[in-house]
Design a binder for this molecule. Structure first.
Ligand code: ATP
Ligand code: MG
Length: 220
């Protein structure tokens, strides 16, 4: 469903990605592993149309999406949860989720709030709390939940386990398993190998803007 082929990206004169290729199939969970500064976030931002200078092919359901504006890419069915959490601290949990509906894919039924709260029971308990009253991990969950309100078929999660308490990381693993059970695909960037192995079907390793390895965790 997502095919990235010979992707190059640069910020000004700094060449960051040097021919990155990867693909994510229907109903697959794929990990993008790599050290700090390897190019994981730049790869995801390029897919989302957030890097101006790119080259190569990015196809989603067979359509070239490289060069399209980011809001249009969201509407094709790709949800993106960036590394930096974006919550509206002065809105309640429910109101934060409603914001996510705005970017929804038009041709598909929406996630109901009830369905979403089944998936995120800790958010359900706090639906009338303000965003800023949640812990960092809960805010991360809320960001993911809000992205699901846009009804994506593929979700890009940029380091979802980063800086999060182990108990929330466990919940995060359950959420990803549930997304797969619902038929979604997930591409996640991770430095936490244990977590990536727990949730993913296979992995890529990126190093200094180039793909170094891909395979299953059994081969790693
Ligand atoms: P991390 O695990 O730390 O999030 P990453 O694999 O996501 O790392 P990227 O954020 O993609 O790495 O960064 C890749 C390289 O691009 C780094 O050397 C970084 O300094 C550089 N870089 C990232 N964003 C910019 C920017 N806006 N302008 C210039 N250089 C950037
Ligand atoms: Mg990153």
């Amino acid at each position: 469903m997502l095919e990235v082929d010979a992707l190059h990206a640069r910020y000004g004169r700094a060449q960051i990605l040097n021919g990155v290729s990867l693909d994510v199939g229907e109903n697959e969970v794929v990990a993008l592993l790599g050290r700090n500064g390897a190019g994981k976030s730049t790869t995801m931002k390029s897919v989302m149309g957030l890097v101006r200078q790119t080259d190569g092919n990015i196809r989603y359901d067979g359509q070239q999406i490289r060069g399209k504006p980011s809001h249009q890419i969201c509407r094709t069915g790709i949800g993106y949860v960036p590394e930096e959490r974006r919550i509206f601290g002065d809105l309640t949990v429910e109101e934060n989720l409603e914001v996510g509906r705005r970017g929804a894919r038009e041709d598909a039924p929406e996630w109901s709030l009830d369905h979403l709260f089944e998936l995120f029971p800790n958010l359900a308990e706090r639906r009338r709390n303000l965003g800023k009253q949640l812990s960092g991990g809960e805010q991360q969950m809320l960001t993911i939940a809000r992205t699901l309100m846009g009804n994506p078929k593929l979700v890009l999660l940029d380091e979802p386990s980063e800086g999060i308490a182990p108990v929330i990381v466990e919940q995060m693993a359950r959420v990803i398993a549930e997304l797969k059970a619902e038929g979604l695909s997930v591409l996640l960037s991770e430095q936490n190998l244990h977590f990536a192995r727990l949730v993913s079907d296979r992995a890529y390793i990126i190093e200094k803007g180039e793909m170094r390895w891909d395979g299953t965790f059994a081969d790693l």
